[in-house]
Design a protein around this ligand. Structure first.
Ligand code: NI
Length: 281
């Protein structure tokens, strides 16, 4: 393990589980599911030769230090969002989503499960090759608050190693399954891995399978400047919702960044503000 120890300086941020729980019907969006077929012509890049990298904006090792250990949203002074997709890679849904993203030149962040990374390494390779970011979502998707420290760290280490083996990149952030992670655990992970704990500010509850048009409507209604939007590429209806969702966000004028890009922008905002404390989440 060659990760340098990060200076752990900020554990003030509070938890924000399921941050967005109001789904008002205001401004109902007229959208329907658009099925996108997989691009069968696409060839996954070979596993030899130079490996691609996570998009990085020249981030420093301690890039999240000023922005804080827990991240639920980015800076609100610009019209950006980060789309995040959890619980993949999935052999059909993830490639289909990648086609949808590629058609719009949108970069997203994938919180992958290590066990699935080992099953579908070529999909992880494709995610990275197409400019998306990979984050650590543990190896077996257990509730980390129920695990010992060594079990918790093992979940993250195994996943990191699987991601590196599959794609050559190191994840920079983690998201705990179910958003469940004790403050003490967050601090430990930040110190040992350098990972901020990334939650979200917009949750369409797509895992409950409300139907693609509902997922789209919830995301478009609740998205805001600096939103971190939660969705799951594990579920086919969630991917079905993405063409209308992404097109709707583009029409509203949002630009898409990855999570670590957003954190870096937030850090810059925090540092630029001399009298505003960091109270990110
Ligand atoms: Ni998950």
């Amino acid at each position: 393990m060659n990760l340098p120890l990060r200076i752990f300086c900020c554990v003030l941020l509070s938890a924000s589980f399921g941050a967005c729980s109001s789904y008002k019907k205001k401004g109902a969006v007229k959208t329907g599911a658009v099925k996108t077929v997989s691009n069968s012509d696409y060839r996954t890049p070979t596993l030899t030769g130079a490996v691609p990298r996570n998009p990085d904006m020249r981030l420093t090792a301690g890039f999240s230090a000023a922005a804080g250990v827990t991240q639920s949203r980015g800076p609100t002074d610009r019209q950006i969002v980060a789309m995040t997709f959890d619980d993949g890679p999935h052999p059909q849904n993830t490639p289909r989503l990648l086609d949808i993203l590629r058609a719009r030149n949108i970069k997203a962040t994938f919180y992958v499960i290590g066990r699935s990374v080992d099953n579908y390494p070529q999909i992880v390779r494709r995610i990275v090759a197409e400019g998306h970011e990979i984050g650590n979502h543990t190896y077996t998707h257990r509730n980390l608050t129920k695990l010992s420290d060594s079990e918790m760290l093992r979940e993250l280490t195994r996943t990191r190693d699987s991601i590196v083996k599959a794609s050559g990149v190191q994840p920079r952030t983690m998201r705990p399954p179910y958003g469940a992670l004790l403050q003490r655990q967050r601090a430990m992970i930040h110190q040992d891995f350098g990972y901020p704990t990334v939650l979200w500010s917009v949750d369409p509850r797509d895992w409950q399978r409300p139907g693609p048009s509902v997922v789209t409507s919830r995301i478009l209604t609740n998205s805001h400047n600096g939103a971190i939007i939660l969705a799951h590429d594990l579920h086919s209806p969630s991917v079905d919702a993405m063409p209308a969702t992404l097109d709707g966000l583009l029409r509203k004028g949002f630009k898409f960044v990855t999570v670590s890009q957003m954190i870096a922008m937030k850090e810059a905002s925090v540092l630029a503000s001399t009298d505003t404390p960091s109270t990110g989440s």
